[in-house]
Design a protein around this ligand. Structure first.
Ligand code: F6R
Length: 592
């Protein structure tokens, strides 16, 4: 989703630097982009629709400036046009800003400003913020104007603001990520919505918290909390991400790199501090109600978790997508425990669910991949997923690690953390053997056979039912083939009508108590002409095509999703879709 990158310091090529920074954020998804920088006592703006492309063709790269802000836009309010692209000017072009998030009360604020004589050049909510700040600057300082505008702004956002006649940058956030990179040279700062954008220059970061404003001026920083109305001292954190892990290396795409990394990531996920796991397990045990919350793929990991808690630790755990959680708020109180699952730790719907739960007094645990993310910082307990940066929009390695952690917790609740660990260590080693070029070749052949189909279906039972749903997400988002997942037992209640000759159906057949039933469901599909791709430790007569997966007992959801991730990737490549940046989607969904 939208990306922000800004530079403040002594380097004179800040326009070039900001465009390069925006390119590093491309994985978040965007449809237009723009920069603004100080030039000859004025503000210059350059905006374009589409991708940044080859940076060397951009004239503005040569301009010299020590302050610049940039933005890659994923359209929400107003279509994909140059006018709607950020940065946005205020009425008199005194203020220019970039913005992530949504200004929920922009229509009301816009009407008031129009009454005061303001005219707007775009259809965006963002432009309203620029006008609002400028309106205050007529009577107040730059800093106070941003502060007063924030007091009127509703919704989740991150902004970086520049003023024509001040050598300063102001950054502020409420609910949308914004991170400060502390440059190696004194007085040099980067502001970005994600760390990889400035990792080339520094690994020293300061996380801006909700409702905080940061002013960069005269080579130093000033932080202010708009709720407590006090200055704040911030800590510089050194992160240990390396640049290499933020790059593709020898792989053609991040998605295949990240699928392959599952050889190691599971082992890292299992390697948790046992005390944290045991402490969280105790909380789960003692809570009156436990809710798993997540969105999309992370939501599917939660659904697997529900089955695991029920089967392994005899514990009833509820689940809600972040966007649906509010409907259950009457059941959330001081004795409730919320477990939020997220790769980015910044998903607006999940964050909002956590805020609701916190408001009702519940304790919060988060299972997040991005340490120090907003979710991590608002949780009582954090279990790090440790999958490393995930850059492809489609989540792969973070998912299997999230499931592994939920399984570890389920075993810990049963007092058997070591059994869970052993099971997962075995699964990790089997995945290491499974992911080899021959295996990929085998999956490529299936992809070649089905690359022109219009629809396909995936079936599973028990904890492999959510994996059928997750398989559908993977296939939809990167291959653009219509895919749906079903519980095997549900087929005869409707979906069987969709099956005709050669309709591909992936059957997830684990070696568990559901095996007989899911094979029966697969036979029902075959009898209607379906083309069966079996994902299973053993070949079955009903399979037209068999993808072997290791027999790893209760860890079957982890190994079963991997060949489907590979199939989705291969289909994307064969259908000439960029698997890393599927259309209409963004990596970090920071709006509701
Ligand atoms: C799909 C995918 C999304 C995310 C969802 C939540 O492959 O990645 O469905 O799972 O947007 O994101 P996080 O995990 O960052 O909260």
């Amino acid at each position: 989703m939208c990306g922000i990158f800004a530079y403040f310091g002594e380097k004179t090529h800040s326009p070039k630097l900001v465009i390069e920074g925006l390119k590093k954020l491309e994985y978040r998804g965007y449809d237009s982009w723009g920069i603004a920088y100080k030039k000859d006592g004025d503000i210059a703006i350059h905006k374009e629709i589409g991708k940044i492309g080859d940076v060397h063709n951009i004239e503005e790269l040569k301009d010299e400036s020590k302050i610049a802000i940039g933005h890659s836009r994923w359209a929400t309010h107003g279509g994909v046009t140059q006018k709607n692209a950020h940065p946005h000017f205020s009425e008199n072009k005194e203020i220019v800003l970039v913005h992530n998030g949504i200004l929920e009360n922009y229509l009301e604020l816009k009407k008031n400003l129009e009454k005061k004589g303001h005219t707007f050049r775009s259809q965006t909510d963002t432009e309203v913020i620029a006008h609002l700040i400028e309106d205050y600057t007529r009577t107040h300082s730059f800093f106070d104007s941003v502060k007063m505008a924030m007091a009127e702004m509703e919704g989740r956002y991150a902004i970086v603001v520049m003023k024509k006649d001040e050598d300063a940058l102001i950054a502020a956030r409420r609910g949308s990520p914004l991170i400060l990179g502390v440059g190696k040279k004194h007085g040099e700062y980067f502001v970005a919505s994600d760390i990889p954008a400035f990792l080339k220059y520094t690994n020293k970061v300061i996380y801006l918290d909700d409702n905080q404003i940061c002013t960069l001026k005269n080579g130093s920083t000033h932080f202010f909390d708009t709720i407590k109305k006090t200055d704040v001292q911030k800590r510089i954190i050194e992160i240990d991400w390396d640049i290499e892990s933020a790059e593709k290396g020898e792989f053609p795409h991040f998605m295949i790199k990240e699928i392959t990394e599952q050889k190691d990531t599971l082992t890292r996920a299992i390697n948790q501090d046992p005390e944290t796991i045991k402490q969280v397990a105790k909380k789960i045990e003692s809570a009156e109600s436990v809710f798993l919350v997540g969105c999309g793929t992370a939501g599917k990991a939660c659904m697997v978790g529900q089955y695991l808690f029920s089967k392994i630790s005899n514990k009833q755990v509820s689940f809600a997508f972040g966007s649906e959680f509010e409907n259950y708020k009457n059941f959330i109180n001081k004795k409730s425990l919320i477990i939020a699952v997220s790769q980015s730790g910044e998903t607006a719907d999940t964050l909002e669910a956590m805020e609701i739960a916190k408001g009702n007094g519940a304790k919060i645990v988060s299972i997040v991949n991005v340490e120090n993310s907003s979710m991590a910082r608002m949780s009582d307990f954090v279990i790090p997923v440790k999958a490393g940066q995930e850059k492809a929009v489609a989540s792969t390695k973070a998912t299997t690690s999230q499931i592994a952690i939920l399984m570890l917790l389920a075993y810990a609740c049963d007092g058997e953390i070591n059994i869970g660990k052993q099971l997962l260590v075995n699964a990790a080693s089997q995945i290491n053997d499974m992911l080899n070029p021959r295996y990929e070749e085998h999956i490529s052949k299936i992809a070649e056979k089905i690359k022109h189909v219009e629809s396909m279906y995936i079936i599973g039972r028990g904890e492999n039912y959510p994996i059928a749903l997750e398989s559908a997400i993977k296939l939809q988002e990167v291959s653009y083939i219509h895919a749906e997942g079903f519980a095997g037992g549900e087929l005869k209640h409707g979906p069987l009508a969709l099956i005709s000759k050669d309709t591909p159906v992936i059957a997830l057949v684990a070696n568990d108590e559901q095996k007989k039933n899911i094979i029966s469901n697969t036979i029902e599909v075959k009898a209607r002409g379906g083309f069966i791709i079996g994902v299973s430790p053993e070949n079955q007569e009903v399979f037209d095509y068999w993808i072997r997966v290791p027999d790893v007992g209760e860890a079957s959801p982890i190994v079963n999703i991997i060949p489907v991730q590979l199939l989705a990737y291969k289909l994307a490549v064969l259908r000439h879709v960029d698997p890393d940046k599927p259309r209409n989607l963004a990596k970090s969904v920071t709006v509701k």
